[in-house]
Design a protein around this ligand. Sequence first.
Ligand code: AMP
Ligand code: ZN
Length: 139
Amino acid sequence: MRDPNCIFCKIVDGKIPAEKLYEDSHALAFLDLEPRAPGHTLIVPKYHAETLETLPEEDAGPLFSAVKKVAKMLMRGLEADGATIGINQGAAAGQVVGHLHVHVLPRYHSDGGGAIQSVVNNKPKESLGEIKSKILKIT
Ligand code: AMP
Ligand code: ZN
């Protein structure tokens, strides 16, 4: 399933160009147009889903397998010391393109970047137990 108005669906269909690094029947990886690190790559499912929630179950495993392969390619090819791997899910989390994509950012000891948790510092007022109850709807 593709959305004809979606920029990443257009890349999947070869209608707009991208620097593709990896492709299989379920996923495609290409370099981010505005890289925040050398080799900053996006891995997308070929199925148009805005978020993980709407991604069909059968596409989830293959997407993660592609992330694993691409992260290894980037680490080796660019001699990276590590990688930050993440999804901006929803506008509140910074998602701009409405087609699920996993960012992989090769990391180096000296790159000055932080850990993925440093994107937010919204400390909870409730205890961990209260939060767990809310999530599990225990009263
Ligand atoms: P976000 O939705 O905030 O997770 O990020 C969307 C990402 O897509 C940004 O890092 C953009 O630089 C990248 N991007 C947008 N359009 C293209 C494109 N045509 N080719 C490659 N990367 C793109
Ligand atoms: Zn799409």
